[in-house]
Ligand binder design. Structure first.
Ligand SMILES: [Zn+2]
Length: 74
């Protein structure tokens, strides 16, 4: 009975063996997606730290589409 693992990205079960070259991911796409998520998270954190608005005492975030009315009102 072959050993199987769940893809960390999509949860699909794959066989842990030479037929699964992207293990523990099910495919190259899932491997790249996982790496992309990690890099994106890192990028956001560094942007917050380097934000010049951090000295104003408020946590400035890029407005979500829902926040545009609040900014325009001001
Ligand atoms: Zn997958």
């Amino acid at each position: 009975m072959p050993t199987t693992v769940a893809c960390p990205t999509c949860g699909k079960r794959i066989i842990w063996g030479s037929e699964s070259p992207w293990r523990p991911f099910c495919s190259e796409r899932c491997k790249l997606l996982d790496l992309g998520d990690w890099l994106d998270e890192n990028h956001r954190i560094s942007e917050d730290l380097e934000s010049p608005d951090s000295s104003s005492g408020t946590t400035r975030r890029w407005p979500e589409p829902d926040d545009e009315d609040g900014l325009a009102r001001h």
